[in-house]
Design a protein around this ligand. Structure first.
Ligand code: SF4
Ligand code: FES
Length: 256
């Protein structure tokens, strides 16, 4: 099989695509194919990974024009078309290069983030939005003598949002992030909502204000790319819809 890889050299700012012939193995992941390139063809290839098991979230890339984790995406499934996904369009999905999806796996960096080198991007803008929603548990009052218990319904309500591994795939898949660099993005908003509905906090709704701006809850256009690409089935669009409904019902919409 052939891998077509985006390359970027920060020294001369050259951008290009390189093609490598790889011997594919049953169950081979895109990450394993990148290791083969590094070991056998070009040891200067830069990419980021850590756990190799869809846990750390560091290997998100644009693979065949869909943001995915390289460690859990199998090359055979890409080539037989079984992983095709129909996403709402945005510029990074446009195919303006020569690419045959039946014979080549195309790997590019995660969109909407500054390039560092080859497939490595600077995640700082993504994490800046994450920090802005204050993603830490902050109960009021004295700590109880034993753990703070939640009932099963409360756990079910926030469970889906706790699975986020901060890979940024949703950020790279969002047509609003593509055109508005001030938009918080799906992951940060989902995390904010997760703490908003945590019954162990004050529950006065003040957390929702952290994104009650035109660049926060109200910028989402509900394309739902975020939910479709998320490797952990987190549904940020549902969190955003619920937050907006709550704010609207309470007459707390910002002026736009
Ligand atoms: S919500 Fe999903 S896609 Fe977005 S950062 Fe979290 S795990 Fe990744
Ligand atoms: S290497 Fe950790 S999620 Fe892919």
């Amino acid at each position: 099989m052939r891998l077509k890889l985006f390359r970027y050299n920060p020294e001369d700012r050259e951008q290009r695509y390189d093609i490598f012939e790889i011997e594919s193995r049953p169950g081979m992941s895109v990450l394993a194919a990148l290791f083969d390139v590094q070991k056998k063809h070009d040891d200067s290839l830069a990419f980021r990974y850590s756990c190799r098991g869809a846990v750390c979230g560091t290997c998100a890339m644009l693979i065949n024009k869909v943001p995915r984790l390289a460690c859990r995406t199998q090359v055979a499934k890409l080539l037989d078309g079984s992983l095709e996904m129909d996403l709402a369009p945005y510029p990074a999905l446009e195919v303006d290069i020569d690419w045959n999806p039946e014979e080549e796996v195309l790997v590019e960096p995660l969109p909407h983030l500054p390039l560092i080198r080859d497939l490595v991007v600077d995640m700082e803008p993504f994490f800046a939005f994450y920090r802005a929603v204050r993603p830490v548990f902050k109960p009021e009052g004295e700590a109880p003598a034993r753990e703070r218990l939640m009932d099963r319904d409360a756990v079910s309500a926030l469970e889906a949002y706790t699975n986020c591994i901060l890979c940024g795939a949703c950020f790279g898949a969002c047509p609003v992030d593509a055109k508005n660099p001030d938009y918080y993005g799906p992951a940060a908003l989902a995390k904010l909502y997760r703490f908003h509905i945590d019954p162990r906090e004050a529950g006065d709704g003040s957390r929702l204000e952290l994104a009650n701006t035109p660049e926060g809850w109200w910028a989402c256009e509900f394309h739902t790319n975020c939910m479709r690409v998320c490797p952990k089935r987190v549904p940020p669009n549902i969190a955003i819809g619920k937050a907006r409904r709550e704010l609207s019902e309470q007459g707390r919409e910002p002026e736009r």
